[in-house]
Ligand binder design. Structure first.
Ligand code: HEM
Length: 207
């Protein structure tokens, strides 16, 4: 049995977020350290990267804003999510027994959502200051020089965990974001509360 998880619009927005994030991250890393400047070669050269990085970042911030407005209401942490987070060590070693049952998103996914949104806001504000240095006060520029790379490192770290979880740790997740559905077995194993709600709704509408 197939269970719908993300509609076309959600998947389209997610992949725009992912592509713009990867471009902004790689072009930023290329400019950040001379040891990583080789990445600029892959992306069309130093000047191209310098000119396009702020635009990549702006597109990322805008599409993330769309994703945020679509999902924020579903990402509120409840008591079960907080308990899930306290016991998340077990999840890491694939032992979900005794963990509180997750709804559509588990406590870890919800935390990642808020943490990435906070980093994106910091990146956007500090990035705008660095993009227009001639019109921003010196003290803001000094703050931005510090905040921008720290927020970038934090958000890249978070997304590496996200990619690892979705591609390797929880097999079957990628289908949710490529084809829009998951198997009933996957839903029952990882998001049992959501699975029950979904199947209850379907049974009710079939009656
Ligand atoms: C770059 C490669 C990426 C891959 C391969 C990827 C993969 C996925 C997959 C498979 C899901 C579905 C998980 C599920 O159904 O439970 C998902 C969900 C999600 N993705 Fe991504 N993603 C990527 C980048 C990003 C980026 C850059 C962001 C935001 C900055 C992001 C934010 C989210 C959010 C908020 C969700 C829903 C909650 C969650 O599953 O964590 N993703 N992603």
């Amino acid at each position: 049995m197939k269970i719908d998880r993300f509609n076309v619009r959600e998947r389209f927005v997610h992949w725009l977020v992912a592509i713009s994030f990867v471009y902004a991250a790689l072009s930023g890393l290329a400019m950040w350290s001379r040891h990583l400047f080789w990445i600029a070669g892959v992306l069309g050269g130093g000047e191209t990267v310098r000119a396009l990085h702020p635009w990549g970042g702006t597109i990322f911030a805008l599409v993330l804003g769309v994703m945020f407005s679509r999902w924020a209401s579903q990402m509120k942490l409840d008591a079960a999510d907080r308990e899930w987070l306290a016991k998340s060590g077990r999840y890491m070693v694939n032992d979900e027994k005794g963990m509180p049952e997750s709804g559509k998103f588990n406590g870890g996914q919800k935390m990642l959502f808020w943490v990435e949104a906070a980093f994106a806001l910091l990146l956007f504000l500090s990035g705008a200051i660095l993009w227009f240095p001639e019109i921003t006060p010196r003290v803001l520029r000094l703050g931005a020089v510090l905040v921008h790379p720290l927020a970038a490192i934090g958000s890249i770290g978070g997304i590496i965990v996200h990619i690892y979880m979705s591609l390797f740790a929880v097999p079957g997740s990628l289908k949710a974001m490529t084809e829009g559905y998951v198997s009933a077995r996957w839903a029952k194993a990882h998001h049992p509360k959501w699975f029950r709600q979904r199947t209850k709704n379907e049974n009710e509408s079939a009656r």
